[in-house]
Design a protein around this ligand. Sequence first.
Ligand SMILES: [Zn+2]
Length: 109
Amino acid sequence: MQNKIIITLKIEIKHEEICCAICNQPILKKQKVSIDHWIPKKLGGQDELSNLRPAHKICNSIKADMSPETFMEHKKELYKIALEKWHLNFEDKTIVSNALHAMTHKKRR
Ligand SMILES: [Zn+2]
């Protein structure tokens, strides 16, 4: 069940150019968007605007119920695993490999 705040966010996202809070890459209109609980509900995160961020659906799946700290620490490995071991469709594969490329690029600078 989704509450009002999440539905409202989803509608707003459709009309704006936005970036994924998880991989920091733009979310294109054709890509599946989801609302990430930055602090997962399992860890006490709330349905509050400050805790809700737009994210690619696939990125949200990769982050899953991890705490932001754990996720950030292992982000690159997690994306690598997703790219190598998950059965991704073409669209998701593109998102994950672009994100991974951006992370690698950032590290070199
Ligand atoms: Zn993303």
